[in-house]
Design a binder for this molecule. Structure first.
Ligand SMILES: [Fe+2]
Length: 126
């Protein structure tokens, strides 16, 4: 899985398979690099709870959910595939996912319109 963003229209693209280059607004898209700043990772790490096969993700209250700065996507990569939830500023700060039997979380990412892609390194399922 690779994440791309358009610098012109700010659209975010999730590419699940290897393919040729991608274009948007007549520009070639560049893969988004993970933001490795520890402070950014800390303020963007959501609260993640697992209850049975349900995964509940709540945006960190320290992170704004305003039009100018908000989390746009929560992405859960598992051994079975990819789950994506689109968040809307000032609207939804929680997301729910359902895992299938034998499905195990490999990575969790959040995408912020200001800080871009953050890989959650401390997955603490409570
Ligand atoms: Fe942010």
């Amino acid at each position: 899985m690779k994440i791309f963003e358009c610098e012109s229209c700010n659209d975010v693209w999730i590419k699940l398979q290897v393919a040729e280059t991608m274009n948007c607004c007549q520009n070639e898209l560049h893969q988004v690099k993970e933001n490795m700043d520890p402070e950014v990772i800390e303020t963007h790490t959501p609260i993640i709870k697992k209850m049975g096969d349900f995964i509940y993700v709540e945006v960190n209250k320290e992170h704004p959910m305003l039009d100018v700065h908000h989390l746009e996507l929560i992405i859960i990569e598992t051994n079975h595939g990819v789950h994506v939830k689109k968040l809307f500023s000032q609207n939804l700060i929680k997301a729910q996912f359902i895992l299938t039997e034998g499905e195990v979380i490999i990575n969790i990412y959040v995408y912020c319109n200001v800080h871009h892609l953050i890989k959650i390194t401390d997955i603490n399922l409570s």
